[in-house]
Ligand binder design. Structure first.
Ligand SMILES: C[S@@+](CC[C@H](N)C(=O)[O-])C[C@H]1O[C@@H](n2cnc3c(N)ncnc32)[C@H](O)[C@@H]1O
Length: 525
């Protein structure tokens, strides 16, 4: 189970630096329904028998229930599935409990569709809801729509507009799902609204906002057209300009690609990994930037099912995160503190570069995630050079005289650089979070700096593209700590990633990687 967990957390945490707060999925009124105990009156009583309904397409039933779970319960918007626990097989149980019937089991193709539909429907939620509400009979119909009905409509709209599935088949299938899972009238409503959509599609007359008017109006239009929160659009338009902001949103809405890191700590070379991928017929290409990394657009399910992660042969790690480790540049024999280490993506990579000599002290406030790090370190055979410390780095550094060669602070952040992988993050993140995060980042930087020995190096990194969490934090830190100065990172990463101030920045739009930032600071001797 450890590998499943670690994989989930690796993806979500490596990509989601949101762990500064508990998952605060704010529910609107429409979502306050239990999904495991469906409401009486909502469902046809005959469904309580949990029969297998062969007429309902499994991927739609599972997608609808998974979307309900994510929106109501804050479940992960998993980009991955694995057969077994927490996966498709298990999800049929949720379908049974929520809808009152099961469908036939999911095949691999269904599972891929579920991943696609769930991820896409979440990403495109604002856009889809705009269209659904525009095509409803009146405004109240949309605002009062029951949660499951709304999910079924979102799925239908997504399938027709974005997946370009044959429209009338989509209408029929979703109508059937609404009738069986809810009631006859719900099916009629799905039928009417989806048919209106098909007509608009045929006449190229989708009721979408035009990009015109003042800045605010344009931001709202862009937010709908590219399905992002308005505050993000306004922020990016201000920082990047409208054209670049649009490109960024298009990237966030595209299918994410993944990278694998061959686990050299266990003696697995990239060539070994490539051989395995060739056998599995998983299309891949070598990373341009990192020797141990391989990039892939599809086929992650096959890698998982073949057990490559479970056996510790490789890890899922974005190259943008790998390049942060290049900025740290760990050398055999050194002592390193990883201040916010769990679930361990960077710790494990740094440990694998120590060739068995030196130590990475992995500190994290979250005990569960730290446990995952420890288990993965064993699996990857780098546990000999990792010690885990369960602590708040702020109290740890206050009460400890430890001084190390290198200190990495991979800070909790907004995760605005990884929205392509974390489909739901854009809807969970609020503008107010930014202020809170900046204060936390300043405190953590102050704490981390206490652990750097004279002449040592402090690396601050985030998976955010927001200057307030990146350059501005460093500028403020340097004012508070004149004994530190910027060590330009040109020697450690390809020139393309070096900013004018000597920082590392991976720009999704330019590099086709997750967004990430790192500053390397040296402490005076
Ligand atoms: C961005 S994630 C780290 C990802 C990790 N570096 C990796 O590469 O897998 C941020 C981590 O900071 C931890 N964290 C947040 N506040 C902390 C604190 N005050 N002290 C130590 N760890 C903290 C969270 O528990 C979370 O695991």
């Amino acid at each position: 189970m450890a590998h499943v967990l670690s994989l989930r957390v690796l993806l979500s945490a490596e990509t989601n630096k949101s762990s500064f707060s508990s998952k605060s999925l704010k529910l609107d009124k429409r979502t306050k329904t239990s999904i495991s105990a469906p409401r009486k009156g909502n469902l046809n009583p005959s469904h309580k028998t949990q029969k297998v309904n062969l007429e309902i397409s499994p991927h739609r039933a599972v997608s609808a229930v998974r979307l309900m779970r994510i929106e109501m319960g804050g479940a992960f918007a998993d980009l991955l599935n694995e057969k077994g626990k927490g996966s498709g097989a298990n999800e049929m149980g949720y379908v049974g409990r929520t809808l009152g019937f099961r469908t036939r089991d999911l095949e691999d193709r269904d599972l891929r569709l579920v991943t696609d539909i769930v991820g896409g429907t979440i990403r495109w939620k604002r856009y889809l809801d705009h269209l659904i509400s525009s095509l409803c009979h009146d405004a109240n119909t949309f605002t009062r729509m029951e949660p499951l009905l709304l999910q079924i409509l979102r799925i239908g709209f997504y399938e027709i507009i974005k997946l370009e599935m044959p429209p009338y088949a989509v209408v029929d299938e979703n109508v059937r799902l609404a009738k069986v899972a809810l009631r006859h009238g719900a099916g009629n409503m799905v039928n009417a609204i989806l048919r209106k959509l098909v007509l608009h599609m045929e006449n190229s007359s989708l009721p979408l906002p035009k990009l015109e008017g003042d800045d605010r109006t344009q931001a709202r239009a862009l937010a709908t057209l590219h399905s992002h929160p308005v505050w993000m659009v306004r922020r990016w338009t201000k920082h990047l300009g409208q054209e670049e902001a649009i490109r960024l949103m298009m990237w966030n809405n595209s299918d994410p690609s993944f990278s694998l890191r061959a686990n050299s700590g266990k003696g697995v070379s990239r060539a070994d990994l490539v051989t395995k991928l060739d056998v599995l017929k998983v299309p891949h290409e070598l990373s341009f930037y990192l020797n141990d990394f391989v990039r892939m657009k599809t086929g992650l399910q096959m890698v998982i099912q073949a057990g490559l992660l479970k056996e510790g042969l490789c890890s899922v790690q974005d190259e943008s995160a790998g390049l942060v480790v290049s900025v740290v540049d760990p050398q055999p024999g050194e002592s390193i503190v990883d201040c916010c280490a769990a679930p361990g993506g960077k710790t494990l990579y740094m440990a694998s570069l120590l060739s068995g000599q030196g130590m990475v002290h992995a500190v994290d406030i979250n005990e569960g995630r730290l446990r995952i790090l420890k288990e993965t370190a064993k699996l990857h055979q780098v546990d000999g050079v990792i010690t885990t410390i369960h602590a708040d780095i702020r109290t740890f550094s206050d009460n400890n005289t430890m001084k190390c060669d290198r200190v990495l602070l991979d800070a909790p952040c907004s995760g605005l650089g990884v929205l392509s992988k974390r489909a739901d993050l854009r809807w969970n993140r609020k503008l107010e979070d930014m202020e809170q995060l900046k204060n936390l980042q300043d405190e953590l930087l102050d704490a981390a700096s206490l652990l750097v020995k004279p002449g040592g190096v402090l690396v601050y990194s985030t998976c955010s593209i927001d200057p307030e969490e990146n350059e501005e934090r460093i500028a403020a830190f340097l004012l508070r700590h004149p004994d530190f100065c910027i060590d330009p990172i040109g020697r450690y990463v390809p020139p393309d990633f070096v900013t004018e101030h000597g920082f590392y920045f991976s720009n999704p739009v330019k590099h086709f990687l997750d967004g990430a930032f790192a500053a390397r600071l040296s402490r005076a001797i």
